[in-house]
Design a protein around this ligand. Structure first.
Ligand SMILES: Cc1cc2nc3c(=O)[nH]c(=O)nc-3n(C[C@H](O)[C@H](O)[C@H](O)COP(=O)(O)OP(=O)(O)OC[C@H]3O[C@@H](n4cnc5c(N)ncnc54)[C@H](O)[C@@H]3O)c2cc1C
Length: 348
């Protein structure tokens, strides 16, 4: 990763029988001459192989013979392959569009943010865009909200795109800037030492890049105008560490219920109001407001103390895209809270 890469999509039915190491999903081969990695596509015979291009090489003109040579160099063996496709791409490159919306036109996914693939974040971020935009479009089309709700798509998603492409670039640097010494594949004491160092470095990198609950679950709509921020101290945004918090703007913390279900299984596909704790908090303020606004709101009553402690408030409003919109103690502001969450007006 880092700079121009040569990509080869190939079929190698003999690869696994010739492999001298345990079967894996991704393989990394590195020495002084070349860095490369290969991901299994079907777990049997198809692979996506990527090799860094060296200064002076023009991989855009490479023939199938060149491709087979580079593949053999990386494998350290002549493994027969069938080439399905080949091309070049730029690793470490990431872009975020300046605008995600103009009038009736919205962009999402790679059209709005182009990732470098380290971390595997492009598709997740694309799906989150779609989920964020979809409920807002539905709300406007159904007449529950005005067009101003649609402006919050860019306001919420663009900062997340910048955050996630930033993490991806950081992971690309972490692996792409690894520099192998000429002695790395020497059969000598120094070779052993270099391999131990490379192993330690790449192992650490793999954990940094792939064990990323903080990136996946910890994204927040911190400055969103349709989130009732409660101003509490938030856990730091760390890629490898996710600390659940029910503070509005982020993902609702997960919990297992006594009957074995996930708390998430109780969430509605539209709006959900969690009513937590043994005191059985009043919810009429929300139910009446939802009814008058034509909003589909499901009230989920869960008396377990542990859930009240996790969410730190007896009432929690969760949006159709499973983001906490508000939390509080009283249902009296139901109308105002729902209006804020739909971009109709701000809480005064
Ligand atoms: C090497 C590599 C590895 C990756 N690994 C991961 C990973 O592990 N995890 C992850 O989450 N993401 C990964 N990604 C990123 C992921 O593939 C993309 O972020 C995701 O596919 C984006 O989805 P999309 O729908 O926005 O765009 P696309 O998947 O590009 O879909 C756009 C579609 O629009 C079509 N199209 C284009 N122009 C027109 C037109 N004029 N008319 C009609 N149709 C058109 C295209 O043919 C295409 O089918 C990787 C990307 C690369 C390059």
């Amino acid at each position: 990763m880092g700079g121009k890469m040569f990509a080869l999509y190939l079929r190698a039915p003999q690869f696994l029988s010739l492999l001298r190491y345990p079967k894996a999903w991704m393989y990394v081969a590195v020495n002084y001459q070349r860095r490369s990695f290969m991901a299994s596509v079907d777990g049997v015979a198809e692979y996506a192989f990527h090799a860094a291009i060296k200064p002076g090489e023009d991989a855009d003109t490479w023939t199938e013979k060149d491709a087979k040579r580079v593949f053999s160099e990386a494998m350290g063996a002549d493994i027969p392959i069938e080439i399905l496709s080949m091309g070049t791409w730029l690793a470490g490159h990431a872009l975020v569009a300046e605008k995600f919306q103009r009038g009736r036109v919205f962009i999402a996914g790679d059209a709005a943010h182009l990732f470098t693939p380290t971390g595997g974040l492009g598709y997740n971020t694309a799906v989150e865009d779609a989920v964020n935009l979809a409920w807002k479009l539905a709300s406007v089309i159904r007449g529950h909200a005005t067009l101003t709700l649609l402006d919050t798509y860019e306001a919420e998603r663009r900062p997340l795109a910048q955050r996630n492409t930033g993490y991806a670039r950081h992971f690309a640097d972490s692996v792409g800037l690894f520099s192998a010494k000429p002695e790395l594949d020497d059969d000598s004491a120094q070779g052993n030492e270099e391999r131990a160092k490379a192993s330690e470095y790449l192992n650490r990198h793999a954990r940094l890049e792939f064990n990323i609950p903080g990136v996946t679950f910890g994204g927040r709509y911190g400055d969103s105008p349709i989130i009732a921020q409660d101003g509490v101290d938030l856990p730091p945004d760390e890629p490898n560490d996710y600390v659940p918090t029910a503070s509005p703007g982020g993902r609702p913390p997960h919990a297992w219920l006594e009957d074995g279900r996930s708390l998430y299984d109780t969430f509605h596909t539209e709006w959900t109001l969690l009513a937590l704790g043994a005191t059985d908090p009043a919810t009429d303020g929300f139910k009446n407001a939802a009814q008058s606004m034509g909003i589909d709101l499901k009230v989920v009553r869960l008396p377990a103390q542990q859930l009240l402690e996790l969410y730190e408030s007896p009432l929690v409003l969760i949006r159709p895209d499973q983001i906490v919109a508000w939390r509080g103690a009283s249902d009296e502001d139901g109308q105002q809270v729902l209006s804020l969450a739909l971009g109709i007006h701000r809480i005064t």
